[in-house]
Design a protein around this ligand. Structure first.
Ligand code: ADP
Ligand code: MG
Length: 414
């Protein structure tokens, strides 16, 4: 007896949906990417019950024609890629043409969209991938896509959704990542009918203020871009300009209890790459107490040939051809930015004597003989400073009173 039969299209799409959509934050990511790909400069996000009940995005992007609106829910329907070799030169987030097909097969979707040259828009409603309603509507240019009742037709998956609190954390981090990457976009985030974030287009530094606290924008340093690293080939790599770094990192006086404010972007995609996160943290060696983390927003641009973005169905990870080189460069950039900052602070002191006084008043002097260090801040090179700071840290590792944060406070603030 024959046992093999072809799955129906909708069942196949439900299975495929499992790869793209695991939780509400995955839906939010796909919809945000689509709005950015559509050139939106204003994106309103409406969430209910941390996305479990509703995830709706309203954008002012290019919108879709009636035919495209009908097609966009089909499997592998994309306007962004026609052959796999295009992947290398891709400038859009999307390329698989799977997101809307997957999302619509596991939820109720309402799409309202109108493109620039159309007099009228299109409204399409789907339930579990089946067309429920289609009509023409009057609407503004752009796209309004609402995803209701995620997984309502797959109870097994619904059961695996985490507590509202956990799902909300994920959504919020994702929102922050997009807001940091796309400072040219005006984002608003509404949760359960309340406006939580209103972030008009700004410079990156001010985005920090919009997303976190009011003082953060004054307490970050621009990452040095001309990395001085004669000891290895990174410099050559950098000069070839197929690898570029930019971003902001916090001054060492700022410390966080977790890595939630460390964001890394590779070729404009947010990535959670542990190796790169570690490289940033390592750049602060000795300047932050153990178990504390900096704020860091780091953008890395590499040649697309150095990167594979298609290794993960949700495009959450990328594969580097030369991961260590990139980590090394990030580490050097962070380290040198901090060195320059500390050196500048020293050189702006009125005299070394007053600094010695500051030191003498700190907790440190109970355990260290400041004079024995032959401390000459104004003449200290960044390398010497580095050595001094790390030797202090090392010498005092076992001392409970020692706090490297205080050390820096003492050495940089008169
Ligand atoms: P992909 O983004 O990989 O192409 P999607 O399933 O996410 O696949 O979207 C399918 C297509 O629908 C896109 O290629 C795009 O043409 C269209 N589309 C989706 N969202 C929007 C939007 N917000 N504005 C304009 N067009 C959109
Ligand atoms: Mg997409």
């Amino acid at each position: 007896m024959n046992k093999i039969k072809q799955l129906s299209d909708i069942e196949a799409r439900k299975i495929a949906a499992g790869e793209v959509v695991e939780r509400p934050a995955n839906v939010l990511k796909e919809l945000l990417e689509n709005s950015i790909d559509a050139g939106a400069t204003k994106i309103d996000i409406y969430l209910e019950d941390a996305g479990k009940k509703l995830i709706r995005l309203v954008d002012n992007g290019c919108g879709m024609s009636k035919i495209d609106a009908e097609l966009c829910f089909a499997h592998h329907a994309t306007s962004k890629l026609t052959q796999v070799s295009d992947l290398q030169s891709l400038s859009t987030y999307g390329f698989r043409g799977e997101a809307l097909s997957s999302i619509s097969s596991v939820s109720r979707v309402i799409l309202i969209t109108r493109e620039l040259n159309s007099a009228i828009g299109t409204k399409i409603e789907l339930a579990a991938g089946d067309l429920v309603w289609q009509s023409s509507v009057g609407c503004t240019i752009g796209t309004d896509l609402a995803v209701h009742d995620l997984f309502y037709n797959i109870p097994a998956r619904l059961k695996f959704l985490k507590k509202t609190e956990t799902e909300w954390r994920q959504m919020l981090t994702l929102f922050q990542a997009f807001a940091l990457m796309h400072t040219q976009v005006h984002f608003r985030l509404f949760s359960d009918h309340k406006l939580l974030y209103n972030c008009p287009a700004v410079e990156l530094q001010d985005r920090l203020t919009q997303l976190w606290d009011t003082n953060l924008s004054d307490q970050v340093l621009k990452l040095v871009t001309n990395i001085n690293n004669p000891s290895n080939s990174n410099n050559k790599h950098n000069n070839n300009s197929n690898l570029q770094l930019a971003g902001l990192i916090s001054v060492p006086q700022i410390e966080r209890y977790n890595r939630n404010q460390l964001f890394l972007f590779v070729n404009k995609r947010w990535v959670r790459n542990i190796g790169l996160q570690k490289a940033i943290i390592k750049g602060y060696a000795g300047l932050l107490p153990e178990g504390r983390f900096p704020v860091g927003i780091v953008f890395i641009e590499v040649d697309s040939h150095e990167l594979d973005i298609n290794i993960h169905p949700r495009k959450e990870e990328v594969l580097f051809l030369h991961a260590h080189k990139i980590e090394r460069l990030v580490y050097e950039a962070v380290k040198q930015t901090l060195e320059q900052y500390v050196t500048k602070k020293f050189n702006s002191q009125p005299s070394s004597a007053s600094l010695t006084n500051v030191w003498a008043n700190t907790q440190l002097n109970q355990n260290l003989n400041v004079n024995s260090l032959n401390f000459k801040p104004a003449n200290l090179t960044s390398l010497e400073l580095d050595i001094t700071v790390s030797s202090l840290v090392n010498n005092n590792k076992n001392n409970k009173n020692f706090n490297s944060h205080e050390l820096l406070m003492a050495t940089t603030w008169p």
